[in-house]
Design a protein around this ligand. Structure first.
Ligand code: 2U9
Length: 343
């Protein structure tokens, strides 16, 4: 013990005498005395050899030694900082800061925001609803009773705990929920994620994003539908874009149509995207089926309406030439980085 105390006294003198005015000297001091393999740690290990009645005293001496070392280390660091500041060499304040990685919006969010902004200017409000739906709102209320063949158009994910629940196959269920609560005039768009039991490939996925729209009021006509959708595609793809309608079938609309736009790549001349037709399909639409209005207690002799639906991934494909649906959910920064800056 006596020998150890002498050694500690010597160490104190050595520490007090330590000098240095740069950060290296402070660090060397820390490693020598306070490091995990340093002198103080080593001396602490001697505790087991100290007789029991002297352990308390030795502990106190070691605490004092450690405190002294820490104070000295702080003062060496302070001296180094002062010296650096006065010499202007320790830190160059003009250096550029460490880069901060700024995130960017996902292309689907960019397209969603653009679509929402265009329809808002036409007076449409945004409506949202649950992704887990009941059979009534997803199918039956939308003119698709049980065993209706139209249900086969969409492969559905059912929730095991309750056979009445499904992952919504379209955002039409949101329109159904609004029609339940609100009387006309109704002017809404419903953006959101929908699910279908499809094998994943470049052209199909088990989920995608839709925007559906609904406008119900007195005297709403097919001309209103055409002009609304024409305005939308001109805002989205430019004033030169042309549109055409082809007859189609949807259970919730009658008559129904599919709308094409002139090809965004070749402008209508013919290319691989439009399969040399000059036209690309963009959305489905139609006049709301009178039966649907009656389903929700809206007088179909007084009110008419139009509805439409489109896939956001499709719009993204036409706008940004994304040719593989899987890219949207793979989280590959090489893909996502290309959209940085979009709003
Ligand atoms: C109510 C009344 C009417 C919604 C409509 C479409 C036409 C349509 C699909 C095209 C491709 C979406 O991305 S897609 O799968 N949709 O073509 N959707 S009319 O009509 C409604 C919906 C709800 C109460």
């Amino acid at each position: 013990m006596e020998q150890l105390l002498q050694q500690i006294e010597q160490l104190k003198q050595e520490m007090n005498a330590a000098t240095g005015s740069d950060s290296d000297a402070a660090e060397q001091f820390r490693i020598k005395y306070l490091g995990t393999k340093g002198i103080i740690k080593g001396l602490m290990g001697e505790m087991k050899n100290i007789p029991n009645d002297q352990k308390k005293n030795f502990g106190q001496v070691m605490n004092d030694l450690k405190q002294l070392a820490e104070e000295k280390w702080e003062s060496l660091k302070g001296a180094a900082a002062d010296a650096g500041a006065s010499a202007g060499v320790d830190f160059d304040w003009t250096l550029p800061g460490a880069p901060v990685n700024v995130g960017g919006r996902h292309p689907i969010s960019i397209v969603r925001n653009q679509i929402v902004s265009i329809f808002k200017r036409l007076g449409f409000a945004v409506a949202e609803g649950p992704e887990i739906e009941d059979d009534w709102h997803n199918f039956t209320a939308l003119n698709m009773p049980e065993n209706h063949t139209a249900r086969d158009m969409q492969d559905t994910f059912y929730i095991l705990q309750n056979p009445d629940w499904v992952l919504r196959t379209h955002t039409s269920s949101v329109q159904a929920r609004v029609m339940e609560k609100q009387k006309p005039p109704i002017r809404i768009i419903c953006p959101g994620r929908v699910y279908r039991n499809e094998t994943i490939s470049a052209r199909a996925h088990c989920f995608f994003h839709q925007v559906e729209g609904l406008y119900i009021d007195e005297h709403v006509s097919f001309a209103d539908l055409k002009q609304t959708l024409y305005f939308f595609v001109q805002e989205m793809f430019g004033k030169d874009v042309k549109i055409r309608f082809r007859p189609s079938y949807f259970p919730f609309t009658e008559p129904s149509a599919e709308m094409d736009i002139s090809c965004t790549v070749c402008g209508g001349k013919g290319c691989s995207l439009c399969k040399h037709t000059g036209w690309v399909e963009i959305l489905g639409c139609g006049m709301v089926h009178p039966k649907m209005l009656d389903n929700f207690g809206i007088d179909s002799s007084k009110y008419t309406g139009f509805a439409f639906g489109m896939g956001m991934e499709r719009i993204c494909q036409l706008k940004y030439r994304v040719n593989d649906l899987r890219l949207y959910s793979q989280n590959d920064v090489r893909f996502l980085d290309q959209f940085t800056g979009g709003v």
